[in-house]
Design a protein around this ligand. Structure first.
Ligand code: C5P
Length: 407
């Protein structure tokens, strides 16, 4: 791949961290390639990185000041880290050492680099480099897994001759692979820039009297993860949620509702101009026909609850589809999953449906992990392996992007 194409990262502001390891010298070439690809690169070095390569090298190659010291004279706290973090579109951590990975995994912010990465809400790409044994050590692997689970993207170290004399994995990935990862993550972070997205999440509660309701075990995790992921991709997100124990993701407009009818009203109110609607809520299909104003006493109840249908929110969204709006539904099924999901996709006029298993082992309801099958309107299917719901949310939005752009 030609890393010298000067338009690929045009207009992107990158925060590049460099850690202290022998591969620090290779980072100079990568910073140069990023700048040649059009990025505005701001380098932060750890103290030990400056023992391998001088800040002047990075300053010359990035054409920007290099930051090393949280308490440097002449710089203010704001400029030193929060200002840099705010202005950057993403962070790239080069030559990530076992030490810095451990700090990041545990939220330790004892230098400018770890402080800046902890403070960023933007995507983070990490290219580790270290001795094979250090890379394979259980704590390092656990720290990498923890950072991946939080959405940080790793550019796998390669295998080969290492400076320590060993031959094994731990070499900093190739420049082209790192630049390509930056480009991919940046494109993803802009996928929904300026677009309005509405996500429904959680269960609904259908009260029979002030003390009793019908509901289901939905935790809301899938919908909240999708809302967070859409926001991370630049969307203006409205999350319309039934009662859950989750905190709404940062940067998302939150509308709390209780019943299906309230959710229906809130959705229709927020629908104009929406480019992507995701119905991840487990909406109760029925509600009690009559709602008693006071708690029904044991002796006055005839133990029969008459139910009536709730509105089908997503079907109504499809019927009132704003121009160009893409509609994603969920199908939680306990048997014949794909058959029922495809039938639902067609009946409700959806573009894509995410089919999950509920009940028994591996149920998606309330769990933090899930597997799913994506089915879409032109007849395709794609299974998604069991993964944390945050990762699944990423895979679903990647697929929405692929379907919308026709590749
Ligand atoms: O028909 P079923 O409830 O199984 O369909 C599931 C899909 O429809 C989900 O995307 C869910 O959020 C949505 N739905 C809805 N309004 C309903 C029932 C389901 O939006 N009343």
């Amino acid at each position: 791949m030609d890393t010298r194409d000067s338009s690929r990262l045009n207009g992107a502001t990158l925060l590049v961290g460099v850690c202290g390891g022998i591969a620090a010298y290779k980072c100079a070439g990568i910073v140069s390639a990023l700048r040649q690809a059009g990025a505005d690169v701001h380098v932060i070095m750890t103290e030990s990185a400056t023992r391998f390569v001088t800040p002047l090298t990075f300053q010359a190659l990035s054409n920007n000041d290099v930051h090393t010291d949280m308490f440097a004279a002449g710089s203010t706290w704001d400029i030193a880290h929060i200002g840099l973090v705010r202005r950057s579109d993403m962070a790239l951590l080069l030559n990530a050492t076992a030490n810095t990975l451990a700090k990041l995994a545990h939220g330790i912010a004892d230098n400018l680099l770890t402080t800046a990465i902890l403070a960023t809400r933007r995507p983070v790409v990490i290219a580790p480099a270290m001795n094979t044994a250090m890379l394979e050590a259980a704590p390092t692997q656990a720290n990498i897994a923890a950072l991946q689970a939080r959405g940080m993207e790793f550019v796998e170290p390669g295998a080969g001759f290492l400076a320590c004399g060993e031959i094994g994995s731990g070499r900093l990935a190739d420049e082209d692979d790192i630049v390509a990862a930056v480009q991919r993550v940046l494109a993803r972070s802009r996928q929904l820039a300026g677009r309005r997205v509405v996500v429904t999440a959680g269960p609904t509660r259908e009260f029979a009297d002030p003390a009793r309701f019908l509901s289901n075990p939905s935790s809301g995790r899938m919908g909240y993860a999708l809302a967070a992921e859409a926001a991370a991709r630049g969307a203006q997100v409205t999350l319309i949620s039934g009662p859950t124990e989750l905190r709404p993701p940062a940067g998302v407009e939150f509308v709390g509702v209780t019943s299906a009818r309230e959710m229906h009203n809130a959705v229709l109110e927020h629908l104009p101009g929406v480019a992507l609607f995701i119905g991840a809520a487990a909406v109760a299909d029925f509600r009690p026909e009559l709602v008693a104003a006071h708690k029904v006493k044991k002796d006055e109840a005839d133990a029969t609850l008459r139910l009536t249908r709730n509105p089908d929110i997503i079907a109504d969204v499809a019927a009132a589809r704003p121009p160009g709006c893409f509609i994603v539904g969920f199908a939680a099924e306990s048997e014949d999953i794909e058959k029922h999901a495809r039938e639902k996709l067609e009946r409700k006029h959806l573009d894509l449906i995410v089919a999950n298993r509920i009940g028994g082992n591996g149920s998606a309801f309330g769990a933090s992990d899930a597997e799913a099958v994506l089915l879409w309107s032109s007849g395709g299917r794609k299974p998604l392996a069991r993964a944390p719901k945050a990762a699944l949310a990423g895979a679903i939005l990647d697929h929405v992007d692929a379907l919308r752009s026709g590749h």
